[in-house]
Design a protein around this ligand. Sequence first.
Ligand SMILES: Cc1ncc(COP(=O)(O)O)c(C=O)c1O
Length: 396
Amino acid sequence: MKTAGEIFRKHLAMTTPFPIGIEIESAQGSWLYGPNGERYLDFISGISVSNLGHGHPHIKAAIHEQTEKHLHTMVYGEYVQSSPNGLAQKLSAILPESLNCCYFVNSGAESIEGALKLAKRVTGRTELVAFRGSYHGSTHGALSVSGNETKKQAFRPLLPDVRFLRFNEPADLPQISKSTAAVVVETIQGDAGVRIPDVSYMQALSQRCKEVGALLILDEIQTGIGRTGSWFAFEQFGIVPDILCTAKALGGGLPLGAFIADQDLMAHFTEKPMLGHITTFGGNPLACAAALASLEVIEKEQILEGVEQKGVLIENLIQNPRIKEIRRRGLFFAIDFETAEEVQIIVQSLIKRGVLSFWFLSCPNSFRIAPPLNISEEDIRWACNQIQEAIAELKV
Ligand SMILES: Cc1ncc(COP(=O)(O)O)c(C=O)c1O
């Protein structure tokens, strides 16, 4: 008989030759549990997904309740269903006035695909402006506007007419022109290693888009739903996008994405051609019910109010002379070491110690943590202690 690990390696597509490969049987709060009594503190939230940890009773109750009512009934956009309705209404209440119309999809990359298509349709233009160091997803369109050349090379030709600018470099902004359909940008670059732009830069970028009639698409797939201490990071930059992309933590642990814009913009998908963007599972009732419940928890438990304090606590507890730099906004961290090798050793050592963390594809010398926003102070202290011990063990 094959072991679980053998089945995983043989019958599930592998994305790397060296997957983390730990076995997970259950999860509760900030902890994941293996089949033989192993326990791991989730200090990465499944890469910024489990912002409320695991098994929150309110989210579970909402999922059970929706399961009793109905699951999928029809492709996106045809039937009136209380679950996507409730979520769209809640998101509109949280967001600025102009972000009032949600198109629900199943993932981050899909939300980018929809946003790019919408921008082309609204402006009648084709050029897309994107940024070096960016990551927007692995589908053809999203990959086309992502910066990591190594990941793109094997899949060319990708979308034509994409222009790459340097992130946080005002001198490049004049390249956004009247030919530009959209500028797509992460409010804080994630995969590049938590790169936080200047407020003045983001405002100038937004202004330039307005001047030339290009739509500003903000990718908040990783930074949204409280990760940086506000519902969305753009609130901290005094700008509002024309189209907002969200996913990851949005679904409360179920697969869900959305691109959100003003109804006037979104109306362009309704005609010429009709059905300008379609999806079977987008707005899945179960995912939307979990998402609404998770937004309710964030509000009711005042989760956003605690994010910065926890971020500061972690930052203080992990200080170490081997660390070159810590970049952080809220509970979104990149911790720079001299080499990628050090990061790999720390990540592996932490797994053995029962703490889950990760690295960045486009910034391998950065160590990545993004704990659940409702993690306890006790768990934070324990994890940071393990991190200190893992760093102390470094011999390289
Ligand atoms: C900023 C950003 N955009 C887009 C994506 C793609 O999301 P998904 O993996 O759900 O397609 C990710 C995923 O890591 C991301 O971090």
